[in-house]
Design a protein. Structure first.
Length: 66
């Protein structure tokens, strides 16, 4: 059976943590940031974890596991 190919867009967007969770960046941080408060922009800069409902799909795109 051939190797699984990693989805190129997914490998740019997601990283695997040491505990096996998948980290992602927050949305709404690319442009038109003048109307957004400094506190909101600062909090959007942190990474978040992918929700449990989406982890299966993301792992399949990253060719992690089966």
């Amino acid at each position: 059976m051939p190797k699984m190919k990693t989805n190129s867009s997914a490998k740019k967007r997601f990283t695997l943590t040491g505990t096996g969770k998948i980290a992602r960046k927050n949305a709404y941080k690319s442009h038109i940031l003048t109307k957004m408060s400094t506190k909101r922009k600062r909090n959007l800069g942190h990474t978040s974890m992918v929700s449990a409902a989406d982890t299966g799909n993301v792992k399949r795109m990253l060719a992690i596991g089966k």
